[in-house]
Design a protein around this ligand. Structure first.
Ligand SMILES: Nc1nc2c(c(=O)[nH]1)N[C@H]1C(S)=C(S)[C@@H](COP(=O)(O)OP(=O)(O)OC[C@H]3O[C@@H](n4cnc5c(=O)[nH]c(N)nc54)[C@H](O)[C@@H]3O)O[C@H]1N2
Ligand SMILES: Nc1nc2c(c(=O)[nH]1)N[C@H]1C(S)=C(S)[C@@H](COP(=O)(O)OP(=O)(O)OC[C@H]3O[C@@H](n4cnc5c(=O)[nH]c(N)nc54)[C@H](O)[C@@H]3O)O[C@H]1N2
Ligand code: SF4
Ligand SMILES: [Mo]
Length: 730
């Protein structure tokens, strides 16, 4: 049940001072001579079951969290949580949680854990870090990290003297999109994406499987747009949940999306359906694009994509007719093939010629609000002695680093050895492709430290495991939210940490102390740091604690006004349809279509995505979410299944081009997928015996992704380049 704004204001009033004995309810219970019942407390905080970071209101009774609801004041949740958000209680009370620090007493990765005190575990880590620093230099300590815990460990790593961190959110997720949009518009589309879905008249989803991708407010806005009659066009080899809402489902041959995008651009220009004033005022390179796309006719695109030319023309006209109130969803997980940046550049160019950037129903503008950064400490980091290896040799790799660059340097010791990994908030066995490389790299380390809440696969490889408490038990740094207006979201403990677990900030600070870096942590508790930061920003900390979210409505300026002079943050100040930056680095300044390998007879392309009730691997053991979906299934086209004599629900095993076999998995026999693909929901089949529900349940897409293709522009990783065969042996 969601609560109304009015209810929430009542709740906010309760949050401050709770359950005073004089309240009428308590009085009447006392009067009856019964045991006093404490009133529920409602504590606002921020969700971390995924990275949408919705506002949550936790209902706490007698020190136990009994319910989580969406914070109606928060633009990412709007009073509702998704299933995973509600499932936060399952995480908190999962009896498989990490409960104390652990030290592996066996060989690397043997997971022969003994319990340790914090002092012993942190002392062990600090001692080995110092030895590595003496022998190889501080740069030889690397960090693979994701989520809020990253803040503290990136700080610690840099204070120690290493620049070598990487997050899956760049190369394995939205990096290619960020690069393409920065090259074209001078900025990324944000996180959450600044999509004006609720006002869109036509929406194109290129793989973006909203509904299965459960990003909360985006799904709410998509539903609203559909309700208001927006025309939805879905490009997906699989009939996704979103395809069920679409007027046009275009079951595109995987790898060929760039062909349809270029054909659409061609048709829209050819038929004069583009936004002429907008193009003239805000863009550069239109003539070059017009010339370059001429070869991409609908008939040519039909041969590549297997979508009839007539359909391609018809859908291009839908976009032209509804401009500028159209949204070509820029996607989020854009790590598909080797041309991710160019595909995303085509999305950006199409958006621009339809005049949809800074327009209702398109992509809204960043809110206007600037707060001076307040760092964890004012002390400068030492200058690393060696160049960073975390971006590989990719000219447009982002600040978040490239995970496979860390793996490669560890394996090759080129240009210098990496001898320690911290893995914090990421499951290296599930997030990164080619598990054999990961395992080989791990064997070359002198130290592997995991900071996690649960014993997922990557944690089982660690020498030392440092248990973080869950997001419901800790403070974290403020989250700045750039929705239509600017806001700040707050995370505070809803209950005290269970077992011997500690917040990430505490673990980093304590380790810092043992490394002689205490000056980098000049506060006692994180509450102290946040109070000081709130003061520096002129924010009422008590109000933030009561509401969970503070908004600055005056900062909203979602759309360009009529004829407005607007300077984009590109070198030319215009939207760069033709990219001089790419040209300078030897890349195509306008996207060119490239062909990709296709599966041969008897083989299928392995594709993957999300289930609405799970987040990657991290929820597969969550008792409440596991109940909703215990394992994944392999989607197989019905005609293929018939030819192979497979029935719905039969167990099968998938074998990839390198002979790697999956765990057994049930076949989902369906018309809703192309015959050349097999689809798995990502994240299943944990190999950790400490997970009583997730252990060996379903099949692991990552196990079968032994091959990957690298986008030379950004270092983004294409993971949909593996082929599998189906076998019935179990
Ligand atoms: N094959 C394949 N690979 C993929 C993807 C795919 O779809 N298919 N998706 C890619 C994408 S889009 C992304 S964003 C990445 C995601 O990659 P990851 O974020 O690494 O995803 P998870 O597998 O959920 O692993 C998260 C780990 O962090 C731990 N964790 C969760 N919350 C916390 C916390 O608050 N504190 C600490 N200390 N630990 C925590 C969990 O217990 C778990 O061990 O994977 C990428 N890799
Ligand atoms: N429930 C839930 N929601 C999530 C997450 C989660 O773990 N669980 N993770 C969040 C994160 S970090 C991310 S990055 C997003 C990812 O979610 P999205 O960005 O929405 O989707 P993708 O993972 O890019 O794409 C998955 C879809 O692409 C289709 N597909 C496969 N190959 C092709 C192709 O060649 N062309 C086309 N057009 N389609 C193809 C698949 O059939 C599938 O429907 O989800 C977010 N939302
Ligand atoms: S989308 Fe769901 S899991 Fe993600 S932050 Fe929001 S409620 Fe939590
Ligand atoms: Mo992602």
């Amino acid at each position: 049940m969601s609560i109304t704004r009015r209810d929430f204001l009542k709740i906010a009033a309760v949050t401050g001072g709770v359950a005073a004995a004089s309240t009428p309810v308590v009085k009447s219970v006392l009067a009856l001579g019964k045991k006093p019942v404490s009133l529920p407390q409602y504590v606002p905080t921020t969700c971390e079951m995924c990275f949408w970071r919705c506002g949550v209101i936790a209902k706490v009774v007698d020190g136990k969290v009994v319910k989580l609801d969406g914070n109606p004041l928060h633009p990412n949740s709007r009073g509702k949580l998704c299933a995973r958000g509600h499932g936060g209680i399952g995480l908190l009370y999962d009896s498989d949680r990490l409960k104390t620090p652990l030290i592996n007493t066996g060989s690397r990765g043997e997971a022969k854990f003994k319990k340790a005190s914090w002092d012993e575990a942190l002392g062990y880590v600090a001692d080995r870090m110092q030895k590595i620093k003496e022998k190889y230099g501080a740069e030889s300590v690397g960090l693979l990290t994701h989520g809020t815990v990253s803040t503290y460990f990136m700080h610690l790593l840099q204070a120690f003297g290493s620049p070598n961190f990487a997050m899956p959110s760049f190369a394995l997720c939205r990096g290619a999109r960020g690069v393409a949009f920065e090259l074209t518009f001078g900025e990324d589309v944000g996180n959450p994406e600044r999509l004006d879905l609720q006002n869109s008249k036509a929406i194109v989803l290129i793989g973006s499987h909203l509904g299965e991708n459960a990003h909360n407010s985006q799904c709410q806005e998509f539903a609203e747009a559909v309700g208001k009659g927006a025309t939805v066009i879905v490009l997906d080899p699989r009939f996704s949940t979103a395809a069920g809402k679409a007027k046009y489902w275009l079951p595109i041959k995987p790898t060929t999306d760039l062909a349809i995008l270029l054909a659409w651009i061609n048709i829209i220009i050819n038929e004069g359906l583009y936004d002429k004033d907008y193009v003239a005022k805000y863009t550069t390179g239109f003539n070059e694009v017009s010339q370059a796309v001429k070869e991409y006719t609908p008939e040519w695109a039909e041969k590549e994509t297997e979508i009839p030319a007539g359909r391609i023309v018809e859908t291009a006209r839908v976009l032209g007719k509804n401009k500028p109130n159209v949204l070509i969803h820029p996607g989020r997980h854009t790590a598909w093939y080797s041309d991710n940046v160019q595909r995303q550049r085509a999305v950006a160019i199409l958006t621009a010629i339809l005049g949809a950037y800074g327009r209702p129903g398109g992509i809204y503008l960043n809110p206007k609000k600037k707060l001076e950064p307040v760092f964890l400490s004012d002390k400068d980091y030492p200058e690393p002695q060696k160049p960073a290896i975390n971006k590989g040799n990719y000219p447009f790799a982002g600040e978040e680093g490239v995970t496979h660059a860390i793996v490669k340097a560890t394996l090759t010791e080129d240009p210098y050895p990496i001898k320690a990994w911290f893995i914090t908030g990421t499951n290296i066995m599930k997030a990164m492709p080619n598990q054999r490389d990961t395992l080989n790299a791990v064997q070359r380390l002198d130290l592997l430290v995991a900071v996690d809440m649960m014993p997922y696969d990557g944690v089982m490889l660690a020498d030392v495991v440092l248990p973080e408490c869950t997001y419901l038990e800790r403070h974290d740094d403020f989250f700045t939210v750039k929705e239509r207006s600017f806001g700040i979201s707050f995370r505070q403990p809803v209950v005290q940490p269970m077992y011997d677990t500690k917040p990430g900030w505490w673990i980093a600070k304590e380790l810092g102390k043992r490394l002689g870096l205490e000056e980098y942590f000049p506060w006692n508790t994180f509450d102290d740091f946040l109070k000081a930061k709130a003061e520096a920003w002129g924010i009422d900390y008590a109000e933030l604690g009561q509401k969970g979210y503070i908004d600055f409505p005056e900062s909203a300026k979602p759309y360009l006004s009529q004829g407005e002079d607007y300077k984009f943050k590109t070198p030319s100040g215009k939207i760069e349809l033709y990219s001089n930056e790419l040209k300078k680095h030897g890349f195509d300044p306008i996207p060119k279509y490239t062909k990709h390998e296709q599966p041969s007879e008897g083989w299928f392309r392995l594709i993957y995505g999300r289930a609405p009730v799970h987040t990657f691997s991290r929820t597969t053991n969550n008792p409440s979410l596991w109940e909703l979906m215990e394992e994944n299934v392999a989607w197989i086209n019905a005609k293929v299944a018939k030819r192979m004599g497979l029935k719905h629900g039969d167990y099968i095993v998938l074998v990839n081009q390198d002979g790697v076999k999956s765990n057994k998995v049930r076949a989902k026999v369906t018309e809703r997928i192309r015959p050349d693909c097999i689809y798995l929901v990502h994240g299943f089949c944990s190999t950790s015996k400490l997970l009583h529900r997730a252990y060996l349940r379903g099949a692991d897409d990552q196990q079968l992704i032994t091959k990957y293709a690298i986008d030379p522009i950004s270092g983004s990783v294409g993971m949909r380049v593996n082929f599998v065969k189906i076998t019935k042996e179990v």
